[in-house]
Design a protein around this ligand. Structure first.
Ligand code: CDT
Length: 605
């Protein structure tokens, strides 16, 4: 081998059914590693989520053993995966492998690591950044789902290139990882390219014929659809390799899982000129291998793609500041900065539109002094957020009560929360605030008075959403008392004419967390059914503590009835209002009393 050369391999893996034992899959991986090593491979890449089938296509709840699909603790030493790393050490072959990671703090990621055999250590970890698919499954039970947004958080480690010792004559090659969908994003490649990457490693699980997922023609020929998916896969691997003058290795999990879900093959190694050096011939377990002379990356890196000389970053601002598309205004329309495009004589003047999109930050204010409730609210809404929106959870400090059950709790919690929020908001300047207590909570009006950013409570927001989605709504309430209080609030919001009913679960707020989950879900399901029997077309969940129980209620009422979660509805309502530049009116009800308090010497906050 030439001095600066590495023998790289992709370990493609064929079908892995949902019911396949972990040990069976692991045995296949060990065989693949042996096979690659016998061919002289120095680095072997395994696919995304390699130790199991691609489970994010199924809806799996915590109670169905969701945790079993994840690797807990150090994957290189775990019971279900450790022997792969032992074998890598024994053979002296580096490996990179994808796995579902349950982090120690309870967060879950779609991750991969690079394991250095000689030192027996993990050189780098990557957590998938571009999570495709959806949070909720498709209504059609036959559709192929991709619920990555449900099971994983977007990666938080960035695209960090790393040096690898003991390869390519000790030249310490620069490598980087990405996972599946990331390879379709030019931005991911460029961030690695800007670190001089010489080998990009990318494991994947890519559906072949899955029209709902791709948004493609349901009547298309499945074989042609698969060919198109393989074409796109190679297109992005070759393009990314060429435009960053780097080698790339991609390893598929492929074949038809469970006799139903087709995943493409096409594992390949591409060179820095964008040419394919080796590729899979099957959709089964197979080693794809090639010698990669890293000195061949030099030409592209130093001439055509000499970034330092040719890149013009002053024109790339949109790449890092804007997520969605902002089209140029139609000719003759007012541009966002107020200048007018000129449609006369076929030409139009250049307009400078507001390109920068600052993050919209919404503070979720939980007036209950129970932080697990706040965490659930944040967890529920996070996967639904576009990347220019961020939510931050706030939990009321004592003397706020841990559960708001009546008027006294309402006022006590509002006072404690407002005192804390006022100084937080002065410091942070959040763009909007959502009060996460399902009631006409006093804190809502306090914050509207004190600030001009938009404020709403989850009750009012969910009623707006419910009214948009159906003619009659119903509320699943916690206690009998909250049932009465909700009726008063619905009247206060002027929505009583559209209310089909409010039914109580006869549970306290904290019962939702403390009683056995199955029991609570059962009660909520029965309550929901009573409401639909009364004619409710849309249900809202009458407590912030119910936010993670939406799915169970949906199951009980069927797919023609809608269930609105107040936290999700509230955040998106506020984001919409922020985007349209909305501020709380200060001419009447919500005029601030702060100046008056100061003048009276009562600045007691
Ligand atoms: N695993 C993964 O990221 N798969 C996606 C499927 C696309 S979903 C529309 C991919 O980009 O291959």
């Amino acid at each position: 081998m030439a001095p600066n050369t590495i023998r790289l391999a992709a370990a493609q893996m064929g079908v892995t059914h949902r019911t396949d034992a972990r040990s069976k899959t692991l045995d296949r991986m060990l065989k693949l590693l042996d096979n690659a090593a016998s061919q002289g491979a120095e680095v072997v890449l395994f696919p995304e989520i390699a130790f199991t089938t691609f489970f994010p296509r199924y809806l799996i709840n915590d109670s169905d053993g969701l945790a079993d699909w994840f690797e807990h603790g150090d994957v290189t030493k775990s019971e279900n995966a450790g022997s792969l790393f032992d074998k890598a050490r024994e053979l002296g072959v580096d490996i990179s492998v994808g796995f579902a990671e349950a982090a120690d703090n309870g967060e879950r990621f779609n991750s991969s690591i690079y394991y250095h055999a000689k030192s027996g250590s993990t050189l780098s970890k990557y957590r998938k950044i571009h999570l495709p698919g959806d949070f909720e499954p498709f209504a059609d039970p036959e559709a192929t789902n991709q619920l990555e947004k449900r099971y994983f958080k977007p990666g938080d480690l960035g695209f960090e290139a790393f040096r690898v010792p003991d390869l390519a004559g000790g030249s310490q090659p620069i490598m980087g990882m990405m996972i599946c969908n990331d390879r379709r994003w030019t931005e991911a490649w460029r961030v690695l390219g800007l670190q001089g990457v010489e080998v990009v490693l990318c494991g994947y699980n890519t559906a072949g014929f899955a029209p709902d997922l791709w948004g493609s023609d349901k009547n298309a020929d499945p074989k042609e659809a698969e060919e198109t998916a393989v074409f796109h896969h190679k297109l992005v691997m070759q393009h990314g390799s060429y435009t960053n003058a780097t080698y790339s290795v991609s390893a598929a999990r492929c074949g038809v899982d469970d006799g139903k879900y087709s995943l493409i093959g096409g594992s390949c190694i591409a060179g820095p000129e964008g040419n394919i050096l080796a590729e899979a011939k099957t959709v089964e377990d197979e080693i794809v291998i090639a010698d990669c002379d890293l000195s061949l990356c030099r030409q592209g890196k130093t001439r055509t793609f000499d970034f330092a000389r040719h890149r013009r970053i002053e024109h790339y601002k949109r790449i890092s500041e804007q997520t969605g598309v902002v089209e140029p205004p139609k000719l003759g329309e007012v541009a966002t900065n107020g200048s007018l495009t000129n449609g006369s004589n076929g030409a139009h003047e250049v307009v400078h539109r507001a390109a920068a999109t600052k993050k919209i930050r919404v503070l979720i204010c939980n007036p209950n002094a129970t932080s697990s409730m706040t965490e659930n609210c944040v967890k529920m809404v996070e996967p639904t957020l576009p990347s220019d929106v961020e939510v931050i959870g706030f939990t009321s400090p004592p003397p706020a009560p841990s559960a708001i059950e009546g008027n006294f709790d309402n006022i006590m919690s509002a006072a404690a929360a407002a005192r804390a929020i006022i100084s937080i908001q002065q410091r942070e300047g959040y763009d909007a605030m959502l009060v996460a207590c399902y009631s006409d909570h006093a804190l809502i009006r306090m914050l509207r008075e004190e600030f001009d950013v938009p404020v709403i409570g989850i009750m009012e927001a969910s009623l707006f959403a419910a009214r948009t989605l159906g003619a009659r709504f119903g509320i699943v309430a916690t206690s009998k008392r909250s049932q009465v209080m909700h009726a008063d609030s619905v009247r206060h919001y002027g929505m009583d004419a559209f209310c089909a009913g409010i039914e109580s679960c006869d549970l306290g707020v904290l019962d939702l967390e403390r009683k056995p989950r199955e029991q609570v879900l059962g009660i909520m399901q029965e309550t929901a059914k009573r409401l639909t029997a009364k004619g409710a077309e849309v249900l809202t969940l009458g407590c912030a503590g119910m936010t993670d129980m939406k799915r169970a209620v949906e199951e009980a009422v069927g797919d023609q009835v809608r269930v609105v979660d107040g936290v999700v509805a509230g955040v998106h309502h506020l984001v919409g209002v922020v985007r349209l530049g909305g501020k709380t009116a200060k001419s009447g009800m919500y005029a601030s009393s702060a100046t008056g308090r100061k003048l009276r010497g009562q600045d007691y906050i």
